[in-house]
Design a protein around this ligand. Structure first.
Ligand SMILES: N[C@@H](CCC(=O)N[C@@H](CS)C(=O)NCC(=O)O)C(=O)O
Length: 212
């Protein structure tokens, strides 16, 4: 029995299924061949019911024996340290991987999520589309020149960047063929497909026991 436990909600509405960020950790474990189990906290009451594990009431969080951590990026880095399949062991390869891991979170997701939220809710985007367009154009230039973000090979940075980019509205934003090919390539990996299918099955199974 593995010590690695990925925590997610027991149930979520249909909309976010396939995108709940426990998928990032499932996917990384699948890529690395790390055994793990999945446990749940309640979706209802999430604002307060697991603040000791995740101070914002969100998921995922990860436990590894006595160690616990929240933030999907931190969890990915933890898993990457366990497996060369996720991050090269040489200093240059590790530095390149970590830098792109942060770029996915802090340069792309940081603008993409608020833009997505304002678009979905029909609110004025306050100029975010322009900001995001610049970021995505710059990333398109990078991806036009290379297959992978770091170390000339698949790393956990590609896993995270592709997960950030694969949101339908983002994919439809502008014409970015290299980015589109990248997302298709990275999410075409068997480990992604398994993690994605497992998450969908997990929430679908919970529908049966959900009142109403
Ligand atoms: N920065 C956090 C974001 C976590 C996050 O947004 N989790 C979503 C699910 S993907 C959530 O728990 N949403 C419910 C809520 O915010 O109430 C991470 O990467 O772990």
């Amino acid at each position: 029995m593995s010590d690695l436990i990925i925590w997610t909600y027991g149930w979520v509405p249909k909309g976010p299924r396939g995108f709940v960020r426990d998928l990032r950790l499932r996917w990384a474990c699948e890529e690395a061949g790390l055994a793990y189990s999945v446990r749940t906290v309640a979706f209802d009451g999430r604002e307060t019911n697991h603040l000791a594990q995740q101070p914002f009431g969100q998921v995922p969080f990860l436990s590894d024996g006595r160690l616990e951590m929240f933030e999907s990026g931190a969890g990915l880095l933890h898993l990457a340290r366990k497996s060369e399949a996720l991050m090269p062991r040489d200093a240059a390869g590790e530095a390149a991987t970590v830098q792109w891991l942060f770029a996915a979170l802090n340069s792309i997701e940081m603008v993409a999520v608020p833009w997505w939220f304002l678009t979905v809710t029909g609110k004025d985007d306050g100029g975010l589309a322009g900001w995001m367009g610049n970021r995505l154009a710059q990333l398109e230039r990078v991806l036009g020149e290379r297959q992978w973000l770091a170390a000339d090979r698949f790393t956990v940075a590609d896993l995270l960047m592709a997960d950030v980019l694969r949101v339908a509205r983002l994919r439809a934003f502008g014409d970015r063929p290299a980015s589109e090919a990248y997302v298709a390539r990275v999410t075409g990996r068997p480990a992604f497909r398994k993690a994605h299918a497992d998450q969908l099955a997990h929430f679908a199974a919970a529908d049966a026991s959900r009142p109403g």
